[in-house]
Design a protein around this ligand. Sequence first.
Ligand SMILES: [Zn+2]
Length: 265
Amino acid sequence: MSNKPDAFLRCEGCKKVLFSKEFVKNLRVCPNCGHHYRLSADERIEITFDEGSFVELDADMKSEDPLQFPEYAEKLARGFASTGRNDSVVRGMAKLGGFPVSAAVADFRFMGGSMGSVAGEKITRTLETAIDERIPAVIFTATGGARMQEGLLSLMQMAKTSAACRKAYDAGVPYICVFTDPTMAGVLASYASLADVILAEPKALVGFAGARVAAQASGGQKLPDNFQTSEFAYEHGMIDAVVQRKDVRATLINLVTHFTGGKHG
Ligand SMILES: [Zn+2]
């Protein structure tokens, strides 16, 4: 068995056959239909921040499985096996166009990017570092929501991260959040929605309850076709801009330059 990646793949969006090399060079966006594929945290870091500037913090932080929830330990182990990380959020210091930022990036492959106590703590620390250093916070979401295996401890992260957002707001420290596919439930309903500027990649799933539950709760009404997409959230004023992946880095540099008055550090 060879570990060499396949030379071709079929696009999930338009079913066209793509050259793998061209696809990777295009930041894992289909050159034909514009379908934005999910990125790992490492891929995201690589295409977003200044080359080699990301320095990870709190990489050793691990969940204790406080409820001894059935199969949780196995799921954590599987998340580690597929990402090489101890949890779904990677945080650290980075630079954008030379400007230092406190950054966090979620990896959907780790238990669906879910937020338990480790992810919540890392997001909180990302905002606290931004406050301490008086630099912007930049967070990328990719999550199904809170992590049910940690029960109330996981739900508590919603309040904790929200309080950290308020502290950043009071301190006058800018916080930018970029929604990627998907940004759902307990994360959307806490720190993700509380950013000063919210960007989203095209056609990312953005919502609280899933479409089926939303349809049931609205008495079986037909939902709009683009329900729970970035575009729908933008049209309804919930986010500030839908940004193509190729433009995310430049947009963030613009924002950070604006917020810092163009002064490094
Ligand atoms: Zn396509």
